[in-house]
Structure formats: C-alpha cells, structure tokens
Design a protein around this ligand. Sequence first.
Ligand SMILES: C[S@@+](CC[C@H](N)C(=O)[O-])C[C@H]1O[C@@H](n2cnc3c(N)ncnc32)[C@H](O)[C@@H]1O
Length: 270
Amino acid sequence: MENKKQSSRKEISELENPYFDLQAEMGFTKHLGGLKATRELIELCHINEDKYVLDVGCGVGMTACYIAKKYGCRVVGVDIHEEMISRSTERAKREGVEGRVEFQVADAQNLLFEDALFDAVISESATAFPEDKREAISEYVRVTKQGGYIGLNESTWIKTLPPTEVVEYLFRSAGGVEPETSEGWKELLEGSGLSDIVVKTYNFPLLGQFVSDIRMVGFTGIFKACGRLLSLYFKNSTYRKAIKEMAKGARGTPKNLLEYYGYGIYVGRK
Ligand SMILES: C[S@@+](CC[C@H](N)C(=O)[O-])C[C@H]1O[C@@H](n2cnc3c(N)ncnc32)[C@H](O)[C@@H]1O
C-alpha cells in the first residue's frame, strides 16, 4: 500500500536522481566487489559482536542487516534518500534483525550523532557522491571512538588520467559518482588525521560482481528486483522515461572504461 503511494507520488513529481530512485524502487543497491569486498572491509575494521557500527550511504540496508545478522552487533544505517531508509527498515524486519539495526535519513556531510559514538564507520560506494568528500570523512572521524576504524569501499580511478568521455559517462550513468585515485582516497583519510592506513585496489570484477551480487541477495532477490523494474517500466511513465534514458546512456559505454575504473578498500584508525 505504502509503495503504491510512493510510486504515484513519483508520477506527478520529477525524479530526484533517477539512478537512486530506481534502485530504491527495485530494493537493490550495490557496490563494486560485492560481498567479498564487504567481508574484507568488516575484517579490516575489526567488526565483531561487541562493536557499534555505522554504515553511511546504506542504500537498501543489505550490509547493515548482514553485519547485524552475522556478527550479532548493533548497527545504524544512514542514507540521504528517504526511500532507501524505508526499504532498509522493511529489510531489517524481514530478516528479523530490527532489534539490532536502526535506519535514519542523514547526509554523510552532516551526521546527526554525538562525537565518538561508534567503534567503526563504514561506507560502501557512497562517499564518492557527496559534494564535499573531505567534510563527509571528517564527520565519519568525529563520530568514531578513539582507536576505532573508518573503512571505505569506493569507486577508484585505477589508472590516471581518465579521458573526459570516461569521467563524464560515469558521472552521467551512475548517479553523479566522482571517483578518486587510490592516492586521492588515501590523502583524504590521512588529511582527516587517521593513521595505520590500509589501501587495496582492484579492477572492476566483471563476472565476480555478478556472482557476488547473487550471493548477497540470492536469485530470488535478483528476480524480485527485475520484476519491480519491469512493473515500473510498464506502469509508470516517469520511470519508463528514466529507464529508457539510462539504457540509452549505457549503450554509449566507452570501450576503455574498465581500463580506468575499479574500486578500492581504504581503512584508517582514529
Ligand atoms: C551506490 S549506492 C550504495 C548503497 C550501499 N552502500 C550498497 O553498497 O548497496 C550509494 C548510496 O549512497 C547514498 N548517498 C549518496 N549521497 C549521499 C550523501 N551525501 N549522504 C548519505 N548517503 C548518500 C545514495 O542514496 C545511495 O543509497
């Protein structure tokens, strides 16, 4: 019922960011490296059952729920999109972890938490979006306890300098993403006063990504997301237009994109 209300509201207003609006409607968000990258981030941030964790840019709450379920710890997820938070809350109930996970709308650049609250702050494919990444990371540091960890899994230029058409294509087709080089991400962490910095970079995992997405949400999750996409396409003219635009954009994928585009895991200690 609630979803129907949201969709019809979308028919009369323009979509805020078609890329994220569609993902929220589909109940599916992702990050490069999938579950494998999430596990690596969890390990490097020393997350276990005693830790209090913040996931910034949590999307539809997959990682926050996964951590709460697997490690039994308390997790807060924040996202700037209200519908992502609705989906996350639904997911937590569905997965039976609503007692351990909370979700709130918040901008990474302005976290509404007291200082030194969390043992670890993680962010997957989200810190490449805020206008001021430095401000976002300094917020992550502010809300982390002394000795705690900040861990990012972020879009990375694995080779410089990417040609303008590659930079523009990615920005246009992936919701306004602005990757950094691994040096750029490292400097952002160092500039926020973090130490013991770990940097690991990876190429875009073409087949691995697909396999990992399936492991994260299951075949049922993928089918449901595709079903919702089809339903939006046929029932909602605003989304139909957005899907067509995105498909048109994807057809123009630069052949050399994967020469330049990958991801990195960046972890620092406060
Ligand atoms: C590519 S999705 C990744 C979502 C999730 N972390 C995952 O791995 O599935 C990026 C998310 O970042 C959120 N986001 C973008 N800008 C943000 C900001 N300034 N503050 C908080 N969240 C933001 C988007 O709404 C979206 O849910």
